[in-house]
Structures are given as C-alpha cells and as structure tokens.
Design a binder for this molecule. Structure first.
Ligand SMILES: Cc1cc2nc3c(=O)[nH]c(=O)nc-3n(C[C@H](O)[C@H](O)[C@H](O)COP(=O)(O)OP(=O)(O)OC[C@H]3O[C@@H](n4cnc5c(N)ncnc54)[C@H](O)[C@@H]3O)c2cc1C
Length: 437
C-alpha cells in the first residue's frame, strides 16, 4: 500500500486529524500515524464523578471562524455554545479578587482609565497607562516580546497585574518570553497607525466577531475529535495507532520499529514538545497539571468569581495559576452536574510535579479552590477528583526545515485550536492545489 499513498500524516492531534480528513474527503489516499493509542492529542475526554468532561482544551477562540466553520462541516454547527457572560476574575499578587476588565486583549486594557481597570491597578498606575495615548506610535512598536511592549507603553502595573496573569493562564509563559506577533497578531501594526496601544487593542477587538471571545461545544470540544475520526472512516483514511515515527523527510517516514513508508506528501502534525523531539532537540519542559473537582457546594451557585479566576503569580496561599468554574462557564456542564459544581484548577511545574501524590494534589486543589472562590469548601462534599498531566508547550521549536515536509500543528501554528485548525486547513488546501493536485 505504501507505494501508492498520496499522503502520510504524522500525529493524530487535532491538526493531523483535520489534514487527514480534508485530504481524505478530496479522495486522496492517506495514512495517519499516531504514536499513542488514542487520537485527539491535547483534546481529550475524561469522566469525573460520572460526568464526561474535556480533559484538555475546553474552548476555542472566536476571533476567527475557523473552528465554527469546521464544526459546521462535520455536523456540530448547532452544538456551538457561548460561555456564561459573567466573565472571569483575577486575583492580584496581594490576594485581592477583581473582575477582569471587560475591554482588554490578553489583559491589555482598551481604556486605561476605565473603572474596572482602576479597580485592579489603582488610579496612579492607570494614569501612567493613559500616558500611552500621548506617546508617539513607534515607541515600543519594535519590541518583539509582549512584556517589554506593554511595559514601555503602559507601565509595569498593567504588565504585572493584568497582562501577566492572563497570559500565564492562556499560554503558560511570561509575557517577556512571548512573541507579540504570535500571541497578538496585528497588534504592533495597529499600534503604529493608531499611535496608542489602547486604541490598537480596541481596533483589534472591533475587528473580531461580535460577542464572546471564546466558544465551546455542548458536550465538550472533544466532540470535534469524535466527528473528525468518524469522517476519517467515511473517507477511507487508514489510521494506525501505536505508530511512532522516528524520522521524516519529504518522501516518507521511518517508524520506530524500522518500517519505512513513502508517499507523495509527508505532513508532520505535532505539538511543540513532540516536534522538538523529532528534530532531535532537547525538550525539557515540565508539566501542566490539571485537577478537576466535582463538589456539592450550594454557596457556589451564585458564581462568586464568575466563570473562573486567573491568579497573579505570588498571590499569598494560592498555588494554582487558574481556576475554571466549568459548571458556571458552560450551561451543558451544569446540566450534567445536576446541582453539583465542577472546578478545574491548573498548576505549572514545579508546583505540582508527577511525584505529587493524588491525595496531596486533591487536598491542595480543594484548599486553593476555597481561597480562590472565597468559600470554605468541605472535603466530605467532594464527589469526584481527577488529575491530568500535560507537557508544557515548547517555545521556539524549529519550524519548517525546507526538506519538503509540510508542518502543521502547535509547533508551527502556536497554541490554541483556532490557529492550529486554520493553519492545518490552509496547508491541506495548498497540497490539494499543488503537490497532490
Ligand atoms: C490542558 C490544556 C488546555 C488547553 N486549553 C485550550 C483551550 O481551552 N482552547 C484552545 O484553543 N486551546 C487549548 N489548548 C491548546 C490546544 O489543545 C492545542 O493547541 C491543540 O490541541 C494542539 O493540537 P496539535 O494537533 O497541534 O498537537 P497535539 O494535540 O499535541 O497532537 C500531536 C499528536 O502527535 C502525536 N505524536 C507525537 N509524536 C509522534 C511521533 N513521533 N509519531 C507519531 N505521532 C506522534 C501525539 O501523540 C499527539 O497525539 C489547551 C492545551 C492543553 C494541554
């Protein structure tokens, strides 16, 4: 079979599934090779206290319609849902909780003197941030990293108290290490012609789709994986699980066991960490640990901290970096929880390492949830607990190497379903127009 293959797709996360599906749908002969025994990668289901939940990604950005378009094409259009509008909160380094300002982008305020901004950073710092509107546009516009850009335009308080907790929550990395163009495409260009970072933020927000910044799927975003896998079967894509690829070039792949496959096109669809491994780089990244609690706690019915909380590093007595109040954020979770609450806390290493026992993590998660939500949660009221570990994303993994291999997935498209799916579909379309015409 290998000699007659049109495409080999390496990696069965969302990116690989999308490419294999689009190529298969167009009638190409495709084999998808997945190292593990499960498809979906960072999109995965788990069951906690009898409730099926997303164990990895649980929402998608709606700035573009890439996820909604795919969802519609695979039969999930009517299942797209918006989160509860109450929004997220932030806990500052001194432990004080505040609603996250509504008009920001990655925590950068669209209006520095807005009341919800002043509530978090104080009047003095808001006045400093407002200086942004007087500075010439080019100031900061050459900064490659998000941290220095925000610091120069709006001052340290905006960076430390607003941008850092949001960015750490979304990207698991400090803004000083993240490329502006990757996490906020178009922001530097908008800064230059608006002569203000705040106005640039407002411009980008206005250009994005109306309504909430994220969407979900009733029953979990993991349903995207279910439907993509069903499509692979429909379109005759061969899926091989437990097929770990050792090396790739533009004409084929070699599996760990030494088996070689060749095809007209080779697509590598790996997340950042795996891609680094395949290219021989050291990927010493640590883990993100998620602790999910299902708990009976009526005092949480009022959504004391909205849909969830981002924790500023250093907040006293709290080790989690974020908490999602899933049964407030998503109506479908509340329905399935039948009056109980679903809380998902995330931890960066070294706070929680694989060595941390489940019992210890459960205790820490409950204490953190109590502190974050301002409620005394009772250990005896916990109906379910689950722990999931994910590799932290690798930053700066080597992109295309010019060998003729097409690269998609988190390693080249960055973190997040919207970008990963858009990139994967564009490259599948390119192949159908070019090498696989
Ligand atoms: C905890 C968590 C929460 C997240 N939350 C969100 C969210 O709410 N919204 C959002 O948009 N994004 C979120 N993300 C990010 C999003 O899930 C990822 O950006 C996206 O799923 C990455 O897809 P991928 O296909 O690029 O990579 P992956 O999902 O990493 O898939 C790569 C696949 O390749 C396989 N593989 C690796 N090496 C080999 C090899 N040598 N041979 C064969 N196969 C191999 C792996 O086993 C894996 O199945 C989250 C991620 C995590 C971890």
């Amino acid at each position: 079979m290998s000699g007659s293959l049109d495409a080999i797709v390496v990696g069965g996360g969302i990116a690989g599934l999308v490419v294999a599906r689009d190529l298969g749908k167009a009638g190409r002969r495709v084999v998808l090779l997945e190292a593990s025994e499960r498809l979906g990668g960072e999109v995965m289901r788990h069951t906690v206290a009898g409730i099926d939940l997303d164990a990895g990604a649980e929402s998608f950005a709606t700035k573009t319609d890439s996820v909604a378009t795919l969802a519609t094409q695979i039969g999930l259009g009517s299942e797209i849902v918006a989160p509860d509008p109450r929004g997220a909160w932030i806990i500052q380094a001194d432990g004080a909780p505040f609603p996250l300002p509504k008009t920001g982008l990655l925590g950068i305020p669209g209006t520095a003197m807005a009341k919800d901004v002043i509530d978090v950073i104080g009047t003095g710092a808001a006045l400093r941030a407002e200086l942004d509107s007087l500075l010439p546009g080019p100031i900061g516009a050459k900064e490659q990293k998000l941290g220095p850009l925000v610091r120069r335009r709006m001052g340290r308080a905006v960076l430390d108290k607003l941008v850092t907790p949001v960015v750490m929550g979304v990207h698991s990395a400090h803004p000083d290490t993240l490329d502006v163009d990757r996490v906020a495409p178009g922001l530097r260009a908008a800064l230059l012609h608006q002569n203000s970072l705040a106005r640039a933020v407002r411009e980008l927000r206005e250009s994005s789709a109306a309504g909430s910044a994220v969407g979900g799927i009733r029953g979990g975003v993991v349903r995207l994986v279910d439907e993509l896998v069903a499509d692979l079967e429909t379109y005759g894509v061969e899926v091989r699980l437990g097929a770990s690829v050792r090396s790739v070039d533009g004409t084929g792949v070699v599996l760990d066991g030494g088996e070689a496959l060749s095809a007209r096109a080779v697509v590598v669809a790996l997340g950042g960490r795996d891609s680094a491994l395949l290219s021989g780089e050291r990927a010493d990244t640590g883990v993100i640990t998620l602790a999910t609690l299902v708990i009976r706690a009526q005092e949480l019915d009022t959504a004391p901290r909205g849909t969830g909380v981002l924790v500023t590093p250093g907040a006293p007595g709290i080790r989690a970096k974020a908490l999602t109040h899933a049964s407030i954020k998503w109506a479908w979770v509340a329905e399935r929880a039948e009056g109980r609450h679903v809380l998902r806390l995330s931890y960066d290493s070294p706070v929680a390492e694989p060595a941390t026992t489940d019992a210890d993590l459960r205790q820490v998660a409950l204490a953190d949830a109590s502190a974050i939500l301002g409620a005394g949660l009772d250990p005896a009221a916990v109906d379910g607990f689950a722990r999931v570990e994910w590799a932290s994303p690798v930053r700066g993994a080597a992109p295309a190497d010019g060998s003729g291999v097409v690269r998609v997935g988190g390693a080249v498209a960055g973190r997040g379903l919207a970008g990963v799916i858009a990139d994967a579909r564009a490259k599948a379309a390119d192949l159908l127009e070019g090498a696989l015409r």
